[in-house]
Design a protein. Structure first.
Length: 494
C-alpha cells in the first residue's frame, strides 16, 4: 500500500520534481509544479501525523536494509509535528508566491528560484525525517545550499552579500556539526540515531564525547541564529526575495531547533545534557539575551523586513528559553512556539511582500499613510503584530502563557516578569509601524496616484494564515495536546 511508503515520499516527491522546473522553465508552469508539490507534501505530512498519533512511532528501512547497517526514516510525535509545520508553511507561501516572485526576481531566474525552493523543501523534510546522523548532515547541506541560492535570487545587490555571509557562517556551523557526528561515530561505531542513544552511555564521560557535544551545540546554534551567533540572519531575511524571507523565517530556525532537540534529548540524554554539562544554565542566559537584544534592535529599524528579522532573533530566544527550563510545561511551551512563530512570522513577512509589491520598498519613510489605502493588508499586519506581542485570542498568547506558567512552576517570578517585559518591547516596534503606516500623512496624497490593495492572489493566502493565528489562539487544544505529548516523550515518558 502507498501509505507504507509515505515517509520516503515526503522526501522523494519534492526531490524528483525540482529538476522538472529546470526543464519546464516557463514561470507559470514551474510555479504550478512547486504549488502542487507543496500541497502534496502537506497532505503526506498530515497523514503521517495522524498515523503517528494513532499507531505510534513509524520506522521505514531504506532499500530493505535494517538499521544500523542501512539508513532508516523514523517518525515520532516530535518530527511528525515539525514536518507539518514545514509543509504547511510551504503550501501557503507557494499559494502566495506567483505575483511576488514575478515582481522581485528577474524572469530568466524564476525557474531557478522554484528549483531551489523545492530542493530546500527536500532538505528540510529530510533533516526532520531521517534516523541517521550523517544522512541528517547531508540533508542539512541540501537545505543550506538551496537557501543561499534563494536569498541571492533577489534583484537587490545587497542580497549577494547577505547570501555570502550566510554561506560562510552556515558552512562553519555545518562543519562543526559534521565534526561532532564524526567524533560520535569514532566512539560508538554507529550513525543510527536510535543506536547512538544506546551506545553513547558507555562512553559519555570521555573527552571525545564532551568535545562532540560542544561542537554540535555551537554548530547547530549558528544554523538557527541564536544570539550571539546570529550575524548572518538579519541581512539574509531582509534582502532575500520576500517569498524566500517568508518561507525561511517560518521553517529554517524550526528545523534546526528540532535538530537541537533530537540530539540533546534522544542521543545525549536529559541527565547528561542538563545534570552533567549544565547546558540549561547557559541556554537560559543566552535565551534572555536573545529576547532583549533582538527586541531592542528591532525597535530601531526603519526597514520592516529587517525589523521582523531582528524580532525573529528574539522569538528564537523564547523557544530556547522553554527548552532551558527542562520541565514538561517549559519544553511544551518551546515546542508550541515552533508552530506558533511559524504562523506569526510567515504572515508578517507576507504582508511586507504585499507592501513591496505596490511600492518597491519596505522602508517606513516610503510607506507613510499607506495603511489607510491598503486596509486589508494593514489589518493583516495589525493582527499578526498582536499575535507576535502575545495578545489573548492569538497563537502568540498561548506560547507565552505556558512559558510564564513554566517559570512560575519553579517559583521564578523574576523570569515571568522578564517574559512580560520582552512582550512589551514587541509592542513598541509593532506600534512604530502602525503609527507610520496608518497615522502619518502619505507623501503621495497630493498626487493623482491611486494606491491599490495587494492582488487577491496574495491577500487570500495572507488572510488564511492570519485566520490560522486566530483559530489556533482560540482553539489551541490540538497544538497544545501534541506539544505536551512531545515534551513528555522527550523527557523520558513513553
Amino acid at each position: 500500500m502507498i501509505s507504507q511508503h509515505l515517509p520516503v515520499l515526503q522526501v522523494v516527491v519534492p526531490l524528483l520534481f525540482a529538476p522538472l522546473c529546470v526543464l519546464l522553465r516557463r514561470h507559470t508552469l514551474v510555479w504550478c509544479v512547486a504549488l502542487l508539490v507543496s500541497w502534496c507534501s502537506f497532505a503526506i505530512a498530515i497523514l503521517l501525523l495522524q498515523q503517528v498519533l494513532v499507531e505510534g512511532e513509524i520506522v521505514y528501512a531504506m532499500g530493505g536494509w535494517d538499521a544500523p547497517w542501512g539508513i532508516e526514516y523514523r517518525l515520532d510525535i516530535l518530527n511528525a509535528f515539525v514536518l507539518l509545520i514545514i509543509t504547511g508553511i510551504a503550501s501557503v507561501v507557494m499559494s502566495f508566491a506567483r505575483e511576488s516572485v514575478l515582481k522581485e526576481i528577474a524572469e530568466d531566474r524564476i525557474y531557478l528560484f522554484y528549483t531551489a525552493f523545492l530542493l530546500n523543501l527536500t532538505g528540510l523534510c529530510g533533516v526532520v525525517i531521517t534516523g541517521d546522523a550523517f544522512n541528517m548532515f547531508v540533508f542539512i547541506e541540501i537545505a543550506s545550499l538551496s537557501s543561499y541560492a534563494m536569498i541571492s535570487a533577489s534583484q537587490q545587490r545587497q542580497s549577494l552579500l547577505a547570501a555570502y555571509r550566510y554561506l560562510i557562517l552556515g558552512t562553519v556551523g555545518a562543519t562543526f556539526i559534521l565534526i561532532s557526528v564524526g567524533l560520535l561515530y569514532a566512539m560508538t561505531g554507529t550513525l543510527n540515531i536510535a543506536d547512538l542513544a544506546v551506545r553513547i552511555k558507555e562512553v559519555e564521560s570521555t573527552r571525545t564525547i564532551i568535545t562532540a557535544f560542544a561542537f554540535f551545540t555551537v554548530g547547530v546554534c549558528i544554523k538557527f541564529g541564536l544570539f550571539p551567533l546570529h550575524y548572518w540572519l538579519p541581512n539574509a531575511y531582509t534582502y532575500a526575495p520576500s517569498v524566500a524571507s517568508a518561507f525561511l523565517s517560518g521553517t529554517t530556525s524550526k528545523v534546526f531547533i528540532y535538530v537541537l532537540l533530537r540530539f540533546l534529548f534522544t542521543i545525549f540524554g536529559v541527565e547528561y545534557v542538563f545534570d552533567v554539562m549544565l547546558l540549561d544554565r547557559i541556554l537560559l542566559v543566552v535565551a534572555l539575551l536573545a529576547i532583549f537584544s533582538g527586541s531592542l534592535a528591532a525597535i530601531y529599524q526603519n526597514n520592516i523586513k529587517k525589523m521582523l528579522a531582528y524580532s525573529s532573533i528574539a522569538q528564537i530566544g523564547y523557544m530556547i528559553l522553554g527548552i532551558s527550563l527542562v520541565s514538561v510545561t517549559g519544553l511544551m511551551a518551546g515546542i508550541l512556539h515552533l508552530f506558533n512563530h511559524a504562523l506569526i512570522k510567515t504572515a508578517l513577512f507576507m504582508v511586507a511582500a504585499c507592501f513591496f509589491f505596490r511600492f518597491d520598498s519596505v522602508s517606513l519613510k516610503d510607506l507613510k499613510g499607506v495603511g489607510r489605502q491598503m486596509p486589508f493588508t494593514m489589518m493583516a499586519f495589525i493582527i499578526g503584530g498582536l499575535s507576535l506581542i502575545g495578545t489573548p485570542l492569538t497563537v502568540g498568547f498561548i506560547s507565552k502563557w505556558y512559558l510564564i506558567l513554566a517559570a512560575l512552576e519553579r517559583d521564578w517570578w523574576w523570569l515571568a516578569v522578564l517574559i512580560l517585559l520582552g512582550s512589551l518591547l514587541a509592542v513598541v516596534y509593532i506600534w512604530k509601524v502602525v503609527e507610520v503606516l496608518y497615522f502619518q500623512s502619505s507623501d503621495v496624497d497630493s498626487q493623482t496616484i491611486k494606491i491599490k490593495e495587494a492582488p487577491l492572489s496574495m491577500l487570500i493566502p495572507v488572510w488564511v494564515i492570519i485566520l490560522a493565528n486566530i483559530y489556533f489562539g482560540v482553539n489551541a487544544s490540538l497544538t497544545t495536546g501534541i506539544a505536551r505529548q512531545t515534551a513528555v516523550y522527550l523527557l523520558g515518558g513513553s
